[in-house]
Design a protein around this ligand. Structure first.
Ligand SMILES: Nc1ncnc2c1ncn2[C@@H]1O[C@H](COP(=O)(O)OP(=O)(O)OP(=O)(O)O)[C@@H](O)[C@H]1O
Ligand SMILES: [Mg+2]
Length: 584
């Protein structure tokens, strides 16, 4: 049986291969980058050898007529080295950025296809972190991870070969400190890995906290929670500082150790080398080259711990991203069968639904709403009214029973083609930051400006929009904050009407608005429901009384049905609800 450790390593290897596969479409550039890195490493590693030749064959034998030639060679060597360095970092960063672009597109696309139930379980911050910072971490893996490590290793091998070729004893002496260095590097790597995880967690906490407080600033200020919230923020902030200090601790201990080891290695070379120099077993240029080699040799070793961390963290980030991408259970499943143009007949047959497990929110709900009719749903808060509307649109899927549109099972149809014919106007209108026009059209080219203006006119909202600074180009801020609730509703009505749906689902807002807007909205609703099949979650008596049928819902069950007069006459739930809630 494989041990836990080898299993972990194996899966890391699988992950690593999968990350590389992400860059497959860039493989020609990858190969060029690797070749460039190899050439650059070799050129850099040979540099001391050039200096040795100049010292031993030009300067010491006083062959000054060769000096110009060698100066030129050295100059060209350095220029080539610099150019390669530039090409290399530019290329590897470009590869990394292209991979990132593709990965982000893929993640975003995936997020838009996920079922709403996924978002009920996942905090906004998490989805954002996956698509922004985790993806960024993978960039580092490409730009300063894989390719660079390959270059470093090659450089180390070339340098060691040169050194052994020049003087075996001197090389062995230089290498005596390497085991200690590797040991230190490994300890450093582990320490830094754990503290980096810590830092990342703390950053995520900071983000989540700030995001929520900024969104809910109104509540913080209204309830005078500033001090208390500041105290909680301080706590998170301090934890963040401590995590950062811990990681700095490892850096500040590791680098001095390396410096000391390099110095020891220098000292050994100088001590042993000068002896050899006196005895004449080594030439001066050779000794100089050795000292330069030591510098070149320790540079990649110093960085290698950091680079392994980049890879490690890239793998951790990739693991999280792949988990998100692979989660196909949450993807909305749909067929290719396009829905016909509906006449607008809606049926619920014994529908049961729960958001979680078996906590039924709808129990055995059945109704038949013929084409062009209006059904009002009434019931206490939390009785499942909004849920019914969400099911008609299949934002959630019922566990039992069928929903039929024009007698076709909705689940056998392509969901996009169904949603094109149903408009859902929510209780809580969400607007994107942008112009009123964009919020109405949602960048849909089928809705031209004239259609939009006609829709606004026909529900009587045109004047109100014209009065806004800039009219339809008026910029609504995030979540529509710069419009009043009533205005936001009117915008969402125009949006629904402009799409010209067959079926309309309207979740009336409960909040009271000024009488002028109220009248506007009443009129707008009447216009909206004309000639359409409509399910209205109603709070206004005017809307309820006009409905062809009223469905009375209690704790997810249909308790009564009928029209206003018959239900009042029956004196049951509806009559009670009417007296306590509707007719205030
Ligand atoms: N996304 C969700 N995840 C889990 N439970 C939910 C979710 N949305 C609603 N619920 C629960 O389902 C039940 C019905 O909610 P629903 O929104 O349908 O009520 P409602 O009748 O529209 O109420 P209101 O009049 O307040 O709008 C409630 O108990 C609510 O807690
Ligand atoms: Mg509701």
């Amino acid at each position: 049986m494989p041990s836990k450790k080898t299993e972990a390593t194996a899966s890391q290897w699988v992950l690593f291969k999968r990350i590389l596969a992400l860059a497959k479409f860039q493989r020609h550039w990858m190969i060029i980058a690797i070749i460039l890195t190899i050439v650059q490493s070799v050129i850099t590693a040979f540099q001391p050898y050039l200096y040795k030749t100049v010292i031993d064959e030009v300067i010491i034998p006083k062959q000054f007529q060769l000096l110009e030639k060698w100066a030129l060679i050295l100059l060209i060597w350095l220029i080539v080295q610099a150019l390669l360095g530039f090409a290399n970092s530019y290329l590897s960063e470009s590869i990394a950025q292209s991979v990132i672009l593709k990965l982000r597109q893929y993640i975003y696309d995936h997020l838009t296809r996920l079922k709403l139930s996924f978002y009920d379980k996942t905090p906004v911050g998490t989805a954002v972190t996956r698509s922004i910072s985790d993806v960024q971490t993978i960039t580092d893996l490409f730009s300063s991870g894989v390719i660079t490590i390959a270059g470093d290793l090659i450089q180390i091998i070339v340098i060691m070969s040169c050194m052994f070729y020049m003087d075996v004893k001197l090389t062995l002496i230089t290498l005596t400190v390497v085991p200690v260095l590797l040991f230190a590097a490994n300890r450093f790597r582990k320490g830094i890995r754990d503290t980096f995880q810590d830092v990342r967690n703390q950053v995520a906490k900071l983000n989540a906290f700030l995001q929520e407080r900024i969104t809910g600033m109104q509540i913080v200020q209204l309830f005078n929670r500033e001090k208390e919230e500041k105290r909680r923020f301080d706590q998170i902030n301090q934890a963040h500082r401590d995590a950062n200090i811990r990681s700095v601790y490892y850096y500040s201990i590791f680098f001095p150790i390396v410096e000391v080891l390099v110095a020891v290695s220098f000292a050994l070379i100088v001590w042993y080398g000068s002896g050899s120099l006196v005895r004449g077993s080594i030439e001066f240029g050779e000794l100089t080259a050795f000292i330069m080699f030591i510098n070149l040799f320790f540079r990649p070793i110093r960085a290698i711990a950091d680079r392994f961390n980049n890879i490690q963290m890239g793998i951790v980030a990739a693991d999280r991203i792949f988990k998100l991408i692979d989660d196909v259970d949450n993807i909305e499943q749909t067929t290719e069968v396009a829905a016909p143009k509906f006449s607008g007949d809606v049926k619920f047959n014994h529908v049961w639904f729960a958001y979680q497990n078996e906590e039924w929110v709808l129990r055995d709900v059945s109704f038949h709403l013929p084409q062009g009719k209006t059904m009002a749903i009434v019931g206490a808060t939390g009785s499942g009214k909004t849920t019914i509307a969400s099911l008609v649109n299949q934002l959630y899927q019922q566990q039992k029973g069928d929903i039929l549109l024009d007698d076709i099972n909705i689940q056998s149809l392509n969901i996009t083609s169904v949603r094109q014919q149903i408009a859902l106007v929510l209780q809580d209108v969400f607007l994107f930051s942008g112009s009123v026009k964009d919020n109405i059209r949602l960048h849909n080219d089928d809705i031209d400006i004239q259609k939009m203006i006609d829709a606004a006119r026909s529900i009587g909202a045109y004047e109100f929009i014209e009065k806004l600074p800039g009219g339809f180009d008026y910029n609504v801020m995030e979540r529509g904050m710069t419009l009043s609730l009533g205005q936001r509703q009117l915008v969402s009505f125009i949006r629904a009407l402009a799409f010209d749906p067959r079926i309309i689902l309207l979740d009336e807002a409960t909040s009271s608005i000024d009488t002028e807007t109220e009248q506007l909205i009443q009129k707008a609703i009447d216009r909206l429901l004309e000639n359409r099949t409509a399910i209205v979650i109603a709070h206004r008596l005017s809307t309820i009384a006009k409905a062809d049928e009223i469905l009375v819902l209690e704790k997810g069950e249909v308790k009564e049905r009928g029209n206003h007069a018959s239900l009042m006459a029956a004196g049951g739930h509806y009559a009670h609800l009417y007296e306590t809630q509707i007719a205030e």
